[in-house]
Design a protein around this ligand. Sequence first.
Ligand SMILES: O=C(O)CCC(=O)C(=O)O
Length: 335
Amino acid sequence: MEVERVQAIATLSMSMNTIPHEFIRSENEQPASTTVHGSILEVPIIDLNDPDEEKVVKLIAKASSEWGLFLIVNHKIPSEVIEKLQRVGKEFFELPQHEKEVYAKPAGCKSMEGYGTKLQKEVEGKKAWVDHLFHKIWPPSLINYQFWPKNPPSYREANEQYTNYLREVADKLLKYLSLGLGLEEHEMKEAIGGDNLEYLLKINYYPPCPRPDLALGVAAHTDLCTMTLLVPNDVPGLQVSRDGQWFDVKYIPNALIVHIGDQIEIFSNGKYKAVLHRTTVNRQKTRMSWPVFLEPPSDQVIGPHPKLVDQGNPAKYKSKKFGDYLYCKLNKIPQ
Ligand SMILES: O=C(O)CCC(=O)C(=O)O
């Protein structure tokens, strides 16, 4: 079956100034009527290179408890490395369609990896205004280069460079998040998979949309992984939910956006919160983003850390294998 990509639908829609009905969200989801306008949220911005580590730990713990989302600056990933990652990803999505289809996710394949468009419709049969490319970037033993574009030729080098820097940032964040819970610095990383933690890169490609008031890029969700580290291009679109309302997150050049995911919420027994977020699209510009999802190995059991549970504060979540959690969440089965 030939899958229609949103990129192609967008070209047609722009010429007709309308979008197919399956992209039109119901009123309670439409960005125009559900976004709080005139108020850009002051999401916490954290200097990761601040020599006062105790202060950084406190800021990260506060942001993770109150928001589940924060921006980090001075993370030591050179801007050229981020620019290169973004350039090669953009060049891939600008290739002729048949060249991208070489990397299409094979039909029936269980893994997320490959180029594609979300096939299953969401609740109420709605579709997301986005195409994507997924592939693992770490550990090396799990990388399947079949899904890494060969064109542009520098794609691999750019992604490898970014991965090397990103792993250092992730290690630092996991250490600070662990300390923020009153644990030893190594305890969080160890519990979520240690050196077997898997890094899954996704590139989101949100083409221009003639009705950004009616469509969504990705619908509201929390990330099912441990933590997501994301760089967007300069087209805003990320929104977070606060007290049941949707707010735009400010774009800050070169900052990394950190999402706390479900597994860290579970591990922390609810002290840290997975962030509910979604994305909007733009009438004139293509938005792109590069989230990296840090996933435990599938047979890793994740549950509230024993030191964070006692009689007065019982476990709020079940302990279960990450693979089972994933299966339930993707199939909308209660955990
Ligand atoms: O594009 C973004 O800023 C967020 C993307 C996202 O939430 C996702 O791909 O799951």
